[in-house]
Design a binder for this molecule. Sequence first.
Ligand code: XAN
Length: 450
Amino acid sequence: MSSFASSIAKVFYGTLIHSVSVKEIEYISNGLLFVDVHGRIAKIVRDLPRDQFRDSLDGVHESKVVLLNDDQFVIPGFVDSHIHAPQYAYCGIGHDIPLLEWLDTLTFPHEAKFKDAAYARQVYSKAVARSLRNGTTSACWFATIHLDATKELVKVIEEQGQRAYVGKVNMNQNSPDFLKETTQSSVADTRSFIEYVNAINATLGLDTKPLVTPIITPRFAISCTPDLLTELGKLAVEFDLPIQTHLCENLNEIDVTLSLFPGSTTYTSVYADHGLLTHRSIMAHCVHMKDEEFQLMKDKRAGISHCASSNFNIKSGMANVRKMLEMDLKVGLGTDVAGGFSSSILDAFRTSRTCSIARSPDDSLLIPELFYLATMGGARVMELADTIGNFEVGKEFDAILVNTSVRHSPVDIFEHDTIRTKFEKYLFVGDDRNNEKVYVQGKEVRLPDL
Ligand SMILES: O=c1[nH]c(=O)c2nc[nH]c2[nH]1
């Protein structure tokens, strides 16, 4: 066997669909995609007739080939750039209350329960399983302030095999006593958490790229004192880490923030002034941004997670994604469970479309743009565009094998359907039942029954 053939773990033959730019989806029909033993895409061959693809296997044994039928296609896995793991336990309830009241009455009392790591495992096991079932191969998770429970989230993600950024949340002011840290304990626990994840990653072989990365996670400026924000900015530099938080979600939140940080000119500059706005920052929402704030995001190369469902549910407003794209800001989609009621990026795709039409019907987001946001856009926001997001040789194979003709799925296929209409039906009508297989770093994820 040639060295190429022995380096290959899996080959897909059939239709491959991915974004090649924000404006363009490529439909590769009769494609052959080789995944190597490290989970990387080793080679892609286009337009090979069905009766000839075997001649192009380059010595790879046919038993390694996943042969797709006409109702199946492979797409890149979805990226959820903003989701709260503990809030999965009450996903779907409590909508209709604006942000700050929603945090006080529903979210904070619930998150306090995560001082119990066993309870955390119970909720996190389901939250991660549901996210994977929905085809999310990469996610940026908020946990809670609790160190042990956040470690539990890491364990669950490692067991289930998702690519993830995981953040222990920081809160040391304007938070109830039952969910409040001191500056010192918040920094110390964050450091312990980072060291915990880094120690796990250090045990992996040199050939294996870690799937889980710690992420600095001040809840939002309101819940952190300036000295805590400064210390978190220093930790991000010391360990070279990404950062996630909330920004300009709700008008009331912006007023409160500016009153707490009179030395900063805008909400966005609060984070910049404390070393928390970098090319690795992921800012959720960005609904009510001044032009200078967008410009600051651009100057710092920070990313945005657009969370349309949450923005409707808890009445925050409608973000201007068209403007973000025109400025070439990095933007992806977030489900924002449980402000959002669904951990499916397909739902985020649809709600983002509704949001853009409601904002500006003549200039709304088009399908290629939305699909890009769901995949490549999210990869850029996570600063992983060299690793995931579409099918390019050298990237890691994170993907969904979609089947549009599964019994009991919501998609119905007719004779007149083409691969393009099947894909579009999946985007607008499909759900997790159509996600026949999910792959992360080339490995098929065991999708649990839920
Ligand atoms: O949608 C949101 N969910 C949250 O949990 C949160 N905390 C601060 N700001 C927030 N926004």
